[in-house]
Write a protein that binds this ligand. Structure first.
Ligand SMILES: Cc1ncc(COP(=O)(O)O)c(C=O)c1O
Length: 466
């Protein structure tokens, strides 16, 4: 996730479009308030004990005057408290990428709940899940955490412990969850801490460096200093207007990491949309670490990190020789048997090749439809796709790094589009223009989304009354 902060795209968002976007936001906020009285009442009630009426403050990022309250979510549809049924292309910002409450996962959870949820011991499912993870993603060893943030944090700590080096390299524009070490960015050539990070007392730029994505020369100059423990990266920058890797960029990173004794972690939490086995498998990569969170247990909180046999041997040595006491890696509920039951069902019966084939073909249909709409209105925008995910980008050409991505984003136009869709029973994530396809998404859902985007673009271009 990442909230659009830029309102400064003057290249491809002319002032008249921004003005219409602001007018659209105002009209759509009024329309939202009028059609959601029950959500308004629930927000007031919940607000007595949850600030803003929400159990997590991010849920206020939707730009609606009060939160939309959900009564149920199934497959790719969500029903709100006022009875509207939405085609969901947000899918919990990927947590529900394989649909809400997929039947096999719901069944596995119900069955497991009757036999215990958490014991701080492995269960009879552990070997099965390990084998599934290994055959699906190619790494021989695994650990389970509660969230992708936890998995990335564990990897960072392990990498420092194994290499005895202090620094972490991330890419400008990245997001890896609640991982302090990734909260740095480039300000010109200088690495600085992101000022949005709350409660940070030491300067993260002392131990984290940021490089521009798709720039192997910059990465090599940083690695050559010999103090970087880990490169933590997504295969594509997905938490901003989406940036795809140049051909050979990720492979080049892996080669540089090897050359300079730095470990590399591929965070596939979003790019698992690429296909069965994620980007890593599609490109035959063999990273030191691999992270997958969010949808891996079908929406139940769980994440995994995988690692090579060489890393496992080093970890065993570190654990055998470390002083007694807390390692700082792991949480009490990590790897509980309920999560493993959900993960088994999800990997085996939901994240299937057939599901990916459907998801990818509909994402192609969506991307084509959006491209036609953009061209029809003569807008200098484009569409990026990575497997089951398609994204409208306010740039005529592919973005190459975080700086270009940030410059392309435009909070007003994004919010206007999101609200327009929301009031017409379609959900897209409130963060940039990501749209995700689930195995249960239909061609009809996609056609409707394209039609609504087309209508909204027409209005933004001054064709028709708001
Ligand atoms: C690439 C990536 N890694 C990690 C995370 C963190 O996931 P979680 O919030 O479930 O811990 C996110 C969340 O958006 C993400 O996009």
């Amino acid at each position: 996730m990442a909230r659009a902060t830029s309102n400064g795209n003057h290249m491809t968002i002319p002032p008249d479009i921004r003005q219409r976007a602001e007018a659209m936001i105002a009209a759509e906020r009024d329309a939202f308030a009028a059609r959601n009285p029950r959500s308004a009442a629930l927000a007031a009630e919940a607000g007595k004990h949850f600030p803003g009426g929400v159990p997590l403050h991010w849920m206020l990022d939707w730009e609606t005057p009060f939160p939309l309250f959900v009564t149920s979510a199934k497959g790719s549809h969500v029903t709100d408290a006022d009875g509207h049924v939405y085609a969901d292309f947000c899918l919990g910002d990927t947590g529900a990428m394989f649909g809400h409450s997929p039947e096999p996962v719901a069944r596995a959870i119900a069955a497991q709940v009757a036999h215990g949820m958490t014991t701080m011991l492995p269960s009879d499912l552990t070997a099965k899940v390990g084998a599934l993870l290994s055959s699906r993603f190619g790494l021989p060893f695994w650990q389970v955490t509660a969230t992708a943030s936890d998995a990335n944090r564990a990897v960072v700590r392990w990498a420092r412990a194994l290499t005895k080096r202090p620094k972490v390299l991330v890419f400008d524009g990245c997001y890896h969850g609640q991982v302090e070490d990734a909260f740095v960015k480039l300000d010109g050539d200088k690495v600085v801490m992101k000022t949005s990070l709350l409660g940070q007392v030491s300067d993260l730029a002392a131990t984290s460096v940021a490089a521009p994505f798709n720039d192997l020369t910059a990465v090599e100059a940083l690695l050559a200093k010999g103090d970087i423990a880990l490169i933590l990266t997504e295969p594509a920058l997905t938490n901003t207007a989406m940036v795809l890797p140049d051909k050979g960029f990720i492979e080049g990173l892996m080669a540089l990491a090897k050359k300079y004794g730095t470990l590399i972690c591929i965070d596939e939490t979003h790019t698992i949309s690429t296909g069965h086995g994620g980007y890593t498998r599609a490109h035959n990569l063999a990273p030191d670490f691999f992270v997958l969170g969010k949808p891996v247990a079908g929406g139940l909180p769980a994440a995994v990190f995988g690692f090579s046999a060489e890393i496992e041997a080093k970890m065993a040595h570190v654990l055998a020789t470390k002083v007694p006491g807390y390692s700082g890696i792991g949480t009490t509920l990590s790897g509980n048997m309920l999560a493993l039951a959900a993960m088994r069902a999800c990997l085996e019966e939901v994240m299937t090749e057939a599901a990916y084939a459907h998801m990818t073909s509909l994402a192609e249909m969506l991307a084509d439809g959006l491209r036609k709409a953009v061209a029809g209105h003569g807008l200098p925008w484009s569409v990026t796709q990575i497997g089951a995910r398609a994204e409208l980008v306010f740039s005529p050409v592919p973005l190459r790094n975080g700086k270009e991505a940030a410059a392309s984003m435009d909070a007003s136009v994004e919010r206007a589009l999101h609200l327009y869709l929301l009031n017409r029973n379609v959900l897209v994530t409130p963060f940039h223009n990501m749209t995700l396809i689930a195995p249960t998404t239909t061609q009809k859902d996609v056609s409707h989304l394209v039609k609504l985007f087309d209508e909204a673009m027409a209005l933004l271009c001054g064709k028709g009354e708001m």
